[in-house]
Design a binder for this molecule. Structure first.
Ligand code: GZL
Length: 320
């Protein structure tokens, strides 16, 4: 092979160019995350899990707290689109009203991942994956515990009051339906009052006070869609001179530390776990999406049921 002057010059130029290009470090992934708010112990643990997982993975996380207002989430998603983030993720405060803004994200070619709660949209391609619990099953588990309790306690009629989560939120709709579906098997179990307390302790106390005022000693059972409302209701029950966990049986959902402490104190009878530690799965899914790997449309987290009998032993193992 004859090496001409021209060839040498060409090779020298190529080497010079290559040396001049700095080795670009891979640009860190940027995720825009819109969180529901900070309304409960569950939410606090969920936020911590997402921030911790992003930090560990070197992800640039843009985090927005919507204070439980849908318009704030829509605003945050629009701002993430304008900032051209790599992935948008959010926990939708309610199920409906997302078509327009999710279409804007799709038109901007920014993938969207749902965490925790689901959306109702006509076009499922508006999001790539939904990572979260099966809330209907959580409601069924609460109902099955009560069926079993009724059987073991003389199968007498039980009047139930229900503290619902945020109106229109997937966990509130699904936990109500799952519970009702299961307790229908025992006609002696009757929901006599059901009202939203927005997943917060303060509203849980307020609505339980109203239930106690109108129904008084007729109430045998409280079913709360989350532990925070149950803990608020426990205060109302005690202030009414009744014994929570004994005069009124209390069933709730989430499995936060506060619930285990209430069970240990004999004030709560069972909590159905709803795992908030979604951070690592979210980050991994976002990385896979950006890398062009296929991701499951639905990722369900595993969860258990914790009756008061196991609370003291289980409490030290709780991660949230
Ligand atoms: C459930 C989550 C709910 C929790 C509440 O996945 O959306 O919202 O049960 C929280 O504690 O407020």
């Amino acid at each position: 092979m004859i090496i001409t002057r021209r060839t040498l010059l060409g090779a020298a130029a190529a080497i010079a160019c290559a040396a001049a290009i700095p080795a670009f470090a891979a640009k860190p992934l940027t995720i825009g995350f819109s969180q529901v708010g900070a309304e409960s112990e569950w939410r606090t643990a969920n936020t911590a899990s997402i921030k911790d997982a992003a930090k560990k993975a070197g992800v640039n996380l843009k985090f927005a707290d919507a204070q439980q207002q849908q318009q704030n989430q829509v605003k945050a998603i629009r701002s993430f689109i304008a900032q051209r983030v790599d992935v948008i993720a959010f926990s939708p405060v309610v199920e409906t009203g997302w078509e327009t803004v999710l279409r804007e994200a799709k038109n901007a070619k920014i993938p969207v991942i749902l965490t925790d709660r689901a959306v109702k949209v006509s076009d499922p391609s508006l999001y790539v994956s939904f990572i979260g619990s099966d809330f209907v099953e959580e409601g069924r588990r609460a109902g099955r515990w009560l069926l079993d309790y009724a059987k073991k306690n003389g199968d007498k009629p039980l009047n139930i009051v229900e503290l619902q989560g945020t109106t229109g939120a997937a966990p509130a709709i699904d936990r109500k339906n799952g519970f009702a579906e299961v307790i229908a098997a025992n006609p002696k179990l009757k929901v006599i009052r059901s009202q939203t307390a927005d997943f917060t302790r303060a509203k849980g106390k307020e609505v339980m006070e109203a239930f106690l005022k109108s129904e008084g000693k007729k109430i045998n059972v409280l079913y709360a869609h989350n532990d925070d409302m149950a803990i608020g209701a426990i205060q109302a029950i005690e202030e009414a001179g009744l014994k929570p966990g004994k005069d009124i049986i209390i069933i709730s959902i989430d499995g936060v530390k506060g619930a285990f402490e209430a069970m240990k104190a004999g004030k709560l009878n069972v909590t159905v776990e709803c795992n908030p530690l979604l951070g690592p799965t979210l980050i991994q899914t976002a990385q896979d999406v950006v890398a062009g790997k296929p991701v499951p449309k639905r990722i369900v987290v595993n969860e258990g049921v914790f009756p008061a009998e196991v609370a003291a032993k289980e409490l030290p193992n709780r991660k949230y």
